[in-house]
Structures are given as structure tokens and as C-alpha cells.
Design a protein around this ligand. Structure first.
Ligand code: ASP
Length: 329
């Protein structure tokens, strides 16, 4: 019997066309209704139903839309063999994280994909990404994956790394799940459900990110807290290092008031070792948490999700470095 798949359209370059006198790309309606006519042969792989949650440039993605995508999957998780989510590349990794945290013990593959060039262009990468995502959604890979440029990644391990390359995504700290060449090569072991499927939505927006630079004022930290941030992610230098001047005391002032300060690195690849340098030891002593091997996207979305579940204080600290869906070691 043919696999039954649900294609969920959300927008992105894949379904855009040039509009106006300057030819800027914008979402087109006919793609949102169904992609199938533009992907000859895909019907022979699986029985495909298409639905649309939104039709936007993914820079307009929001937590409410993450929940709408999650709801669509959760409400029909047992009606389809797999799901393909068509999404803009700019924030696809954030959505992959959000879906992976909401859809707990997922029994089916949910594959996000998109493209660097619109589907209607002759040199598009959309068609091959869609065909391969369709195949991935038919496999025994019950987790939220992101397929792009010949590789299937664990979605919450990815980050967009290129504006031009057809290999636009990387998974710096976790190997691909599959490599699609002439042959399909297996990579990392996929997740397996360990209990009954649950849908846990709810995201807080009380999360702020500060990217440090030499000379960056530590007053930025108290400013974002005054604006309502309950979690502040610091993109620090190298191995989680803070400047010695002003920053450790600012972090301590924040953590002593119950604000979670999370230290991440501006380097994409590698695992932070807190205390390897004095710069990170100061942060550790000041009560900061560390993003360790998580991507910046995963750190932010996980914080939004934990707060959104009402997980605060010591429970937040205990949960933050525990893997929810394979996003960290
Ligand atoms: N701006 C587009 C988006 O993220 C880029 C893309 O899809 O590749 O929606």
C-alpha cells in the first residue's frame, strides 16, 4: 500500500515568484494550494495531501504559527505515514527546534525543507529537495528532520550557513541522519519514541539575546531585563568567555534576581567547556548556564518552550541541559 503523506505549506522562496517592477520575491498563492503539479513523478512515490498553514516569508514566522503547524501535525499524526513541512530557509532551524520540543515522542517523520531558488525556476533546488524529503518522510525516522542539499539532518541541530550555496544548512555538532547521493547512506541513529505521543505547545517571548563584541556595555543586560526578559542568552567569545570587566558582576546581579543567563559561543561548532578559561569560569561562578553543544537556535527556542511550559527557577536550570529531543548530548 502506498505511503500517505501530508505536505504542509508555510511559505518561503520555494513557493515565491518575482513581483512588482523590481522583481522582489514574494509568496504566490497557487503554490500554497498544491506543489504537486510542479514536482512531476512525486505522485508515484506516495499518496500526498496538501494543506497550508500560512504563506509567508519565514522572517514573519512566529511562535503562534509554530503552534499552528504543530497542531496540524498532532491532530493527524496517526492519519499519515509522514509529514513534509515546506518552509522558508531563513528561520527553518528555529521552526525545526520548536516542532521537536512540541511533538514529544513523535511516532512519524516530520521533514522540513525549502529551497534557495523558487520551484518555478529551471535551475531550482526545490524539486530535488522536495523529492528527497518525500522519500525521507516515508522512512523509519520518527523525528523532526531538516532535509537540504543532499543531507537529512536532525532539525534541532541545524543552522543556516549560506545565502548562495545549495548546501545552505549545517549541523555543526551532530552528524547527518542520511546522505542522499546516487545511493542513500545512513548516518546517525534516529530517535525512537519512548512513550505515547504528546503535543506540548506554549512558548514564552521573555527571552533576549545579546551578541557581545569588544567594548560591549554590560548595561545591556540590565536593559533587556528591565524590558521583561526572564532568560538572557549571551553570545560570548570562543569557549564561553566573558570580558572580565563589568560582565561577571552584571551576570551575578541578574542570576541573583532569578533571571537565567545562558552563555553560548559565537563559534558555531564545538562544545563549551565551562571553566577552561577564566572568562568562562567567571560566568559559571556568577550562576550562568551554558549552551554546551546546542545551536543558538536551539538555546533560544528551548528557553522559550521551557518558560512557556511554566518551567522556571531550579526546574529550568535542571531541564536546560537535559536533551528533550536530541538537541544536545
Ligand atoms: N526569505 C526566504 C524565507 O525564509 C528565504 C528562503 O526561503 O530561502 O522565507
Amino acid at each position: 500500500m502506498a505511503s500517505r503523506l501530508l505536505f504542509i505549506h508555510t511559505g518561503g522562496t520555494l513557493g515565491m515568484v518575482p513581483v512588482g517592477t523590481d522583481g522582489a520575491l514574494a509568496p504566490a498563492d497557487h503554490f500554497a494550494r498544491s506543489m504537486k503539479p510542479y514536482i512531476p513523478g512525486v505522485e508515484s512515490l506516495a499518496e500526498i495531501e496538501s494543506r497550508s498553514v500560512c504563506n509567508i516569508d519565514s522572517s514573519d514566522m512566529s511562535p503562534d504559527r509554530w503552534v499552528s503547524i504543530g497542531e496540524m501535525i498532532a491532530s493527524s499524526v496517526h492519519d499519515f505515514d509522514g509529514f513534509v513541512v515546506l518552509h522558508g530557509t531563513d528561520t527553518m532551524s528555529f521552526t525545526a527546534c520548536a516542532l521537536s520540543f512540541m511533538l514529544r515522542d513523535l511516532p512519524r517523520p516530520v521533514i522540513l525543507t525549502g529551497s534557495q531558488r523558487p520551484l518555478a525556476e529551471p535551475r531550482t533546488d526545490a524539486r530535488i529537495n522536495l523529492v528527497h524529503s518525500t522519500l525521507c518522510a516515508m522512512m523509519e525516522i520518527p523525528e523532526v528532520g531538516l532535509y537540504f542539499g543532499s543531507r537529512l539532518f536532525r532539525g534541532n541541530r541545524t543552522t543556516k550557513v549560506s545565502l548562495q550555496s545549495y548546501h545552505a544548512f549545517a549541523s555543526p555538532n551532530f552528524p547527518p541522519l542520511l546522505e542522499m547521493g546516487v545511493d542513500v547512506k545512513n548516518g546517525a541513529e534516529p530517535l525512537r519514541p519512548r512513550g505515547a505521543f504528546r503535543f506540548r505547545h506554549g512558548f514564552s517571548r521573555d527571552v533576549a539575546v545579546i551578541s557581545l563584541f569588544p567594548g560591549c556595555s554590560a548595561a545591556q543586560l540590565s536593559w533587556v531585563i528591565d524590558q521583561g526578559a526572564r532568560v538572557v542568552v549571551l553570545r560570548t567569545f570562543g569557549d564561553g568567555n566573558l570580558p572580565r570587566e563589568a560582565w561577571p558582576s552584571a551576570v551575578e546581579a541578574a542570576t541573583s534576581h532569578g533571571i537565567h543567563v545562558i552563555i553560548t559561543s559565537q563559534c558555531r561548532s564545538g562544545t563549551i567547556s565551562p571553566g577552561r578559561y577564566e572568562g568562562s569560569r567567571h560566568g559559571f561562578d556568577a550562576g550562568a548556564l551554558f549552551g554546551e553543544d546546542m545551536t543558538g537556535e536551539a538555546v533560544v527556542v528551548k528557553s522559550m518552550w521551557l518558560l512557556g511550559q511554566g518551567i522556571t527557577g531550579e526546574a529550568f536550570r535542571a531541564s536546560f541541559n537535559q536533551p528533550l529531543a536530541g538537541e544536545c548530548r
